[in-house]
Design a protein around this ligand. Structure first.
Ligand code: TA6
Length: 293
């Protein structure tokens, strides 16, 4: 199918009614729905499905850099490129196709990309949807260059929540984080789950491989599992920043939270011929009685 800008999107469907949508623009997952057809990812009502920026929502991919300060544009160029569908990618060592609906995408650098980031790579992305509606993303980045290169990476995931003030994130307690609102100064999180009452923009360092986002009002919990991605980004722009963003409604910050599986604090270095794999799995479950109280 085509998205609003005429760019191809691939729709994945589970036998029980769950679905996911992947745009070839950016390799961005633009929708993930459960068996009842409820959308689980946030998309701004003011999202722009047009270059030169990724649309505001879904799961844009940040590569080869997260944030600014590197040699490429903010959050890298991968989210602003047209990816190709690859019919028979090199086999994955983990069995990720059994019983799943999936698509394999490929990104290689253009001449323009090479000007700002002069490294040859092959970036393979598999997005799959399991029969139970679990969404899986596997990124494989290979150095096909003659010399080593380093990069940072994030699955910049916009979760849909009913009211940010009622949201808690569990799994990041007591970790160190770099605060983007304080020149990346390092702080240590206290023992409680994370809640939101103002802008948050942090990179939690060496986070556990499972994190939960509890949506009290919707009585559901997102479980994020990750491999090869040591860090977790947590972002909510809150009121003031939302007003300053043209592609986000003034009040829409209440309905979103970004929680990204990422590799940022220690960039990944690949020698010629080496490949890195970063995997994220998203699942939604009803909140249990215990976590609800
Ligand atoms: O940490 C998240 C973040 O880097 C924020 O600082 C914020 O500006 C953002 O991602 C969104 O970036 P974008 O380029 O998509 O507007």
């Amino acid at each position: 199918t085509k998205d609003w800008n005429g760019i191809d999107q691939v729709v994945l469907r589970s036998p029980h009614g769950a679905s996911a949508r992947v745009s070839l623009y950016g390799g961005q997952v633009t929708s993930w729905r459960n068996d009842h057809g409820e959308e689980l990812l946030f998309t701004s009502s003011k999202a722009i499905f047009k270059a030169p920026k990724a649309m505001r929502g879904g799961i844009p991919i940040c590569f080869p850099q997260f944030g600014n300060g590197g040699s490429t544009e903010l959050h890298g160029f991968a989210r602003n490129k047209i990816w190709m569908i690859e019919d028979s990618p090199p086999p994955l060592h983990l069995n990720d196709s059994h019983g799943k609906s999936f698509v394999d995408l490929l990104l290689k650098p253009s001449d323009d990309d090479m000007k700002c980031w002069p490294h040859s790579f092959e970036f393979r992305l598999r997005v799959s949807l399991a029969a139970d509606g679990v969404l899986n993303m596997i990124s494989r980045i290979r150095n096909v260059n003659g010399k080593p290169f380093s990069f940072s990476f994030a699955y910049h995931t916009y979760f849909s929540v009913s009211d940010i003030s009622e949201v808690r994130i569990e799994g990041l307690e007591t970790l160190d984080y770099l605060d983007n609102l304080c020149q990346k100064e390092r702080f240590t999180e206290q023992g409680n789950a994370i809640t939101f009452e103002s802008e948050v923009d942090r990179v939690y360092v060496s986070a556990p491989n499972a994190i939960a986002i509890l949506d009290h009002e919707k009585k559901r919990t997102f479980v994020i599992r990750k491999e090869g991605l040591p860090d977790i980004v947590v972002w909510n722009p809150w009121e003031k920043k939302s007003r300053a963003m043209g592609d986000l409604g003034d009040e829409e910050y209440k309905q979103m939270v970004c929680v990204d599986g990422a590799a940022i604090v220690r960039p990944i270095t690949l020698k010629p011929g080496e490949e890195w794999t970063g995997r994220m799995q998203l699942k939604v479950v009803p909140s249990s009685f215990c976590s609800d109280h």
